[in-house]
Design a binder for this molecule. Structure first.
Ligand code: NAD
Length: 314
């Protein structure tokens, strides 16, 4: 389809994109495509999401099949791999997207899902005569609205090049990570680093408190020394040293605890399926599961520091 795909970067004809999943992330991403002149047809299984999308200028239809009729690209932004695989295959007597789409359609999934599910989804799409790509994102709702997401892409090089201009409308960093599944692999590895490092930074701040160190003193040393990392220098879990971090607004996300718990579960699945002898990743998964279950689901994940402090006694 590379040859058939309408130019994704310039007039006169831009790709026709079926956008499925118009939630917190998908909604603003679709708006950016509409504003850049792409022909977007949106669909979501929740009527309220469809209504919000319409109110923001996204053309919508009442079924996935209608959305993908004549589409060059089927872009999905769904909650999980099960949602994606069910949609691709079809459930409850509904035909799957893969059987409804025209030949050689590009199935571009931007959801965050298991690496194995991404590979399965790609294999199904290729088997049905289409092209496929996993392109999960980081940057959250703020990045989706601003068009500054990072895309981590798993696809053959020629497909990556053909879709890059479209991704550049929604993101500012587009990284080709390798073949099918490599985008999800990069995402899961990065978020495992993030989950573990936020716990380490939070434990260090609570230890500093116990030892009589001010937050600022620890920040001034660690942010310029070997302890520096994004969890400290951008998303600092204590108020003060980084005025824009969620700690300064009572841990409003940011990146919600429920999403960190979800992503660490994906990391755990990948660790188990590959047999990696990791200890901190699984522990971080357990810690964030508890955090999310005990009121942290809708708070920024850096709020984990309050749990550590609360459980530290005295
Ligand atoms: P969301 O729940 O707000 O949106 C998902 C949407 O998909 C919902 O509106 C739901 O109704 C819709 N949906 C489910 N099944 C569908 C189907 N078969 N067809 C059409 N629509 C369907 O979730 P979100 O926050 O937008 O996240 C979407 C994905 O992006 C998730 O995989 C998430 O892990 C990932 N992600 C989220 C963030 C974030 O900050 N929210 C950041 C990075 C990645």
């Amino acid at each position: 389809m590379s040859e058939n795909l309408p130019s994704m970067d310039s007039a006169p004809q831009k790709a026709h994109v079926a956008f499925l999943g118009l939630g917190h992330m998908g909604g603003p991403m679709a708006i950016n495509l509409v504003q850049a002149g792409y022909r977007v047809v949106g669909f979501d299984v929740v009527p309220a999401a469809l209504e919000t999308a319409r109110a923001h200028g996204i053309p919508t239809v009442d079924s996935a099949a209608e959305a993908i009729a004549g589409a060059d690209v089927v872009l999905t932004m769904l909650p999980s791999g099960k949602h994606l695989l069910d949609a691709y295959r079809g459930v409850g007597g509904q035909p799957g997207l893969l059987s409804v789409a025209g030949p050689d359609t590009l199935f571009l999934d931007c959801s965050t899902i298991n690496v194995d599910e991404a590979r399965e989804a790609s294999a199904l799409a290729l088997g049905a005569g289409h092209r496929a790509m996993d392109a999960p994102v980081s940057g959250g709702v703020v990045g989706a609205e601003a068009g500054t997401l990072t895309f981590m892409v798993g696809a053959p090089p020629e497909d990556f090049e053909s879709v890059k201009p479209l991704l550049e409308v929604m993101g500012k960093r587009i990284v080709h990570c390798g073949d099918h599944g490599a985008g999800q692999a990069a995402k899961v590895c990065n978020n495992m680093i993030l989950g573990v490092s936020m716990i380490a930074v939070s434990e260090a701040f609570v230890l500093g408190e116990k030892l009589g160190l001010t937050h600022q003193a620890l920040f001034d040393v660690a942010s310029a020394a070997s302890g520096q990392c994004w969890a400290l220098t951008t998303n600092c879990p204590v108020p003060g040293p980084v005025p824009t971090s969620p700690a300064n607004r009572d841990y409003q996300p940011g990146f919600a605890g429920a999403l960190m718990a979800k992503d660490l579960k994906l990391a755990l699945n990948a660790l188990e399926s590959t047999g990696v002898a990791a200890r901190l990743g699984p522990l971080a998964s357990e810690i964030y599961d508890t955090f999310a279950a005990e009121g942290g689901a809708d708070r920024d994940f850096s709020g984990i520091i309050t749990d550590i402090r609360d459980k530290s006694g005295r």
